[in-house]
Design a binder for this molecule. Structure first.
Ligand code: IMP
Length: 195
């Protein structure tokens, strides 16, 4: 089976994305290929960060690899926190701090439209390809549920009456931004291997 290195130190994410790729490729972790250290993420777009992380691996291994970056983009905040979602409330902030800041910035604004967007960058024989996945929804006025991570307790996807944090993980993982980006990548890999 074809192998790709995934530019992440997060083993949970590696497992989640591996299962979303449906056995089309085998993902190798950074540890599997003997890489360690902090991967730089200093771009100001999701595409830029995904490319930067994938390039970091490619420069060190010369192997085909993928990297992802995700942001929560809120309409009434002009797309913030976006690429800064992980450190919205400051450099070493917790998910609680980020959710508090989001609720404070939105206040009682009635426009609560938002989406999560994931960009996966594949570097294949030195050339970058991008795959995007997005899930639309709204930001709740208070937290609901204990599953998931990050902003999940505040995000209710369209066509559901519960937040991401109230869903069984397998339901979230079947409709999420990451799942949709992974599906685009899977389609590309399947089609290109059929040529
Ligand atoms: P990353 O690019 O996957 O590291 O995601 C950046 C940040 O976006 C995370 O630290 C979370 O705050 C947020 N985030 C990404 N994916 C999700 C999700 O599925 N649910 C809730 N928050 C998420």
């Amino acid at each position: 089976m074809r192998k790709l290195i995934f530019a992440t130190n997060n083993t949970h994410k590696l497992q989640e994305v591996s299962s979303m790729l449906n056995g089309v490729v085998e993902l190798k972790s950074l540890a599997d290929v003997g890489l360690s250290g902090e991967i730089p993420e200093t771009a100001d777009t999701l595409e830029g960060n995904a490319l930067q992380k994938a390039q970091w691996v490619y420069e060190r291994t010369g192997c085909d690899c993928i990297a992802d970056d995700t942001g929560l983009e809120v309409d009434c905040l002009g797309g913030r926190p976006g690429v800064y979602s992980a450190r919205y409330a400051g450099e070493h902030c917790s998910p609680e701090d980020n959710m508090n800041k989001l609720l404070a910035e939105m206040g009682s604004n009635s426009n609560r439209v938002a989406h999560f967007r994931t960009v996966i960058c594949l570097i294949e024989q030195g050339k970058p390809h991008y795959f995007e996945g997005r899930v639309d929804g709204t930001i709740l006025t208070e937290r609901h549920g204990n599953e998931g991570f990050g902003y999940d307790p505040l995000f209710m996807p369209n066509r559901f009456a519960v937040s991401f944090a109230e869903m069984p993980p397998e339901v979230k993982n079947s409709i999420s931004h990451r799942a949709r980006a992974a599906a685009e990548l899977t389609r590309y890999l399947t089609e290109s291997s059929a040529i």
